[in-house]
Design a protein around this ligand. Structure first.
Ligand code: ADE
Length: 247
């Protein structure tokens, strides 16, 4: 997969070269290019924003500068990659594990994180005539800019790419992974067997795989009920087995 990010803060994206993603880049599974939006300004002050039509606080990012930057990235891309544009915004559709999986199936993603009051909407309207556009929110809170949302989305997408996770099974049983549809993952434990007086749950040391699976599922159900009751309420009855009703 190829990922391009256009931003006025290129340094903000440097953590993407760390850890798991850094290794994926080194192995050639992920290509990452960060572009400075200001390279596409034409005035002496390298202006990227202006006052909003209709009044109100804050500044709006200029559509012409964004469109020029996007055109340049698209022109330098393989047309067969059919890139999708991702615009992080608190006004977008929720970014979920299902959206991450959908994006992981694409060959190229171009991210356009905004600062200030966002980008002039005509940038999105115009881009949507040429490519799929996703306006996405990472949660019901407002960040100072979209860059942190790009870090979140790229990490969630990249770990789903073939060969990026050491053990692909680990993505399956994650909260929101395909192995536990609609449920949160059970808590995890490792050595030592007793930590500050707290033992490991007996079931996990029993060696009985059916008991372990039942215990983990029960803990998933309890955790989901405690932390995300709305997820449990949304489960279709056929997603629950007879043992689930005893929890
Ligand atoms: N930009 C500002 N807040 C955001 C959010 N919650 N999600 C995505 N982009 C954002």
């Amino acid at each position: 997969m190829r990922i391009d990010v256009i931003t006025i803060f290129p340094q903000y994206l440097t953590p993407l070269r760390e850890s798991l993603l850094g290794k994926a880049i080194d192995r050639g599974q992920l290509q990452l290019a960060i572009h400075d939006l200001r390279e596409h300004t034409t005035d002496r002050h390298r202006t990227v924003d202006d006052a909003p039509y209709g009044g109100g606080p804050g500044m709006v990012m200029k559509p012409d500068v964004w469109a020029t930057a996007l055109d340049a990235v698209v022109a330098a891309s393989d047309p067969a990659a059919a890139p999708a544009l991702i615009v992080p915004t608190p006004a977008g559709k929720p970014f979920t594990q299902a959206v991450a999986a959908e994006l992981a199936g694409r060959r190229q993603l171009i991210f356009a994180p905004a600062r200030y009051e966002g980008i002039d909407q005509r940038f999105v309207t115009d881009a949507a005539t040429r490519m799929p556009v996703y306006e996405l929110s990472i949660g019901d809170y407002v960040l100072a800019g979209g860059e942190a949302a790009v870090l979140v989305m790229v990490e969630a997408v990249a770990r789903l790419l073939p060969g990026v996770l050491g053990n692909p099974e680990s993505a399956v049983d994650d909260s929101f992974g395909t192995g536990l549809p609609g449920l949160l993952e059970a808590p995890s434990y490792t050595r030592p067997p007793v930590f500050r007086g707290l033992p490991i749950p007996d079931e996990l040391t029993s060696g009985n795989h059916a008991h372990i699976a039942r215990y983990r599922r029960d803990e998933s159900l309890r955790r989901t009920a405690a932390h995300r009751p709305e997820l449990l309420a949304a489960l279709p009855p056929e997603a629950l087995d007879a043992g689930d009703y005893q929890v």
